[in-house]
Design a protein around this ligand. Structure first.
Ligand code: UDP
Length: 453
């Protein structure tokens, strides 16, 4: 969902402002989750979608990144057929691939279509991909054991332990080599579209745009966020509950479309929220020791809440509301009662908070989220970040302290003000004169006037 949503929004911009139609092509390993189907079925007429036939994954793939990469490469034959079919009735001008789909760039070239990498994350993350081959040469230990932080041009310094998850275990040679290869290929793309904007990542974007031979051309087109339905007639329970809460009083707690916590951590989070005395709306999923366990679990929407601490739901009635697995996040973030967001720092969630001016508690789980948390907490200072203990658990006292601070403390006030500043900047970006709108215009102009490569 984190990659699909910004692509869909990009397609909407192309249709609405530039009359360019799109087809979203999605590889699968089984029946797609309902959340994906709902997004795709609500699209305007000129945005179509195709689910590629399911592929069968080898059983030895342990991490999500390897599973997605394998899904993509096993789907190449059916992607090729789909593109050929499309090109027989349409004039194809570009193929946008996400960072897991670089194999598809070759297919694009085969059929004479220009490939673009759609990088749905930060400019800082892209700089990291470009820097990794050098880091790999220079460093022999695990990155988390490096004495000095990594300093990417124009970015806040990042300690090795906060670098993206897939590079954290170099001892698993095969998986690390696969990630290294993919990140190297990312930086070899000729044209890259990123969902970010100048005032959010000024140093990093300027560094990416310094012209050098062999360097990709980078188009920042953000912040593109999900344009959720505002149909109040079908309002879920949690929005009705928010309507009854005081202005900016509620902390929204959610870990994206697939994030999960361990049993012990859920316990501490529940008791910490209770102890804070602050209002909360928590999207909760059944515990797992893998932090991204719900991504391949299409049935997780039906989890009951039986794993919460005994008596928690009764004791916090009136203080908080817990919903299972999924909430209409956009509607929650733009609701006047929402005063903060405890987030896993997924890039879409981050951009959505920026667009609605909601200050953050950064609780990164996997992928590049720790790096995002450093940027939000130490760089932009729009997030507080709770500290975990020596075994990686954030204890209830720490959770209660940070939640209180964000909603009613002095530090929270400053964080909120800075987030409002970013919100204003984000609004300007997508106005006609904004630099993201100009990048979009430039791409659309080129595609409309292009016959083939
Ligand atoms: N989302 C939502 N409701 C939920 C959880 C997630 O609407 O309960 C949406 C959220 O608004 C965002 C996307 O799913 O647009 C999650 O993307 P993100 O990049 O934040 O995290 P990921 O799911 O990729 O880890």
């Amino acid at each position: 969902m984190g990659h699909l949503i910004p692509l869909v929004e990009f397609a909407k911009q192309l249709v609405h402002h530039h009359h360019i139609s799109s087809t979203i092509i999605i590889p699968t390993t089984g029946p797609p989750p309902q959340s994906q189907i709902s997004v795709l079925e609500s699209l305007p007429e000129n945005i179509n979608h195709v689910f590629l036939p399911p592929v069968h994954l080898p059983e030895n793939l342990t991490n999500v990144e390897s599973q997605i990469l394998a899904t993509m490469s096993l789907s190449i034959p059916s992607l090729r057929n789909t593109l050929k079919l499309l090109s027989s009735t349409n004039q194809l001008v570009a193929l946008l691939v996400d960072p897991f789909g670089l194999d598809a760039s070759d297919v694009a070239k085969e059929i004479g279509v220009r490939p673009y990498l759609f990088f749905p994350s930060t400019a800082m993350g892209l700089l990291f991909c470009m820097h990794l081959p050098k880091l790999d040469q220079m460093v022999t230990c695990e990155y988390r054991d490096m004495p000095e932080p990594v300093k990417l041009p124009g970015c806040v310094a990042v300690h090795g332990r906060d670098l993206p998850d897939p590079v954290q275990d170099r001892s698993h040679h095969l998986e690390y080599a696969e990630v290294l290869e993919n990140m190297t290929r990312i930086s070899l793309s000729e044209e890259i579209i990123i969902n970010s904007f100048l005032e959010l990542e000024e140093g990093a974007i300027k560094a990416l745009q310094v012209e050098e031979p062999g360097k990709p051309r980078v188009y920042p087109i953000g912040p593109l966020i999900q344009t959720g339905s505002s149909d109040r007639s079908d309002q879920p329970e949690c929005l009705k509950w928010l309507d009854d809460q005081p202005s900016q009083s509620v902390l929204f707690v959610s870990f994206g479309s697939g994030g999960t916590l361990s049993h012990d951590q859920i316990n501490e989070l529940a008791l910490g929220l209770e102890m804070s005395g602050q209002k909360f709306l928590w999207v909760s999923r059944k515990p797992s020791d893998k932090s991204d366990a719900a991504f391949f679990d299409v049935h997780s929407q039906t989890d009951p809440l039986g794993f919460l601490p005994k008596g928690f739901l009764q004791r916090t009635e009136g203080q908080g509301l817990v919903v299972s697995s999924w909430a209409p996040q956009i509607e929650v973030l733009r609701h006047g009662s929402t005063g903060g967001f405890l987030t896993h720092c997924g890039w879409n969630s981050t951009l959505e908070s920026v667009v609605y001016g909601v200050p953050l508690i950064a609780w990164p789980l996997f992928a590049e989220q720790k790096m995002n948390a450093v940027m939000l907490n130490e760089g932009l200072k729009v997030a507080l970040r709770p500290k975990a203990n020596e075994i990686g658990i954030v204890k209830r006292e720490e959770i209660a302290r940070v939640v209180k601070e964000l909603i009613e403390g002095e530090e929270g006030k400053k964080v909120r003000e800075r987030m409002k500043g970013l919100q204003d900047a984000a609004r300007k970006e997508l106005n006609k004169e904004g630099s993201s709108a100009k990048s979009l215009f430039e791409l659309a102009f080129r595609w409309k006037n292009q016959k083939n490569i």
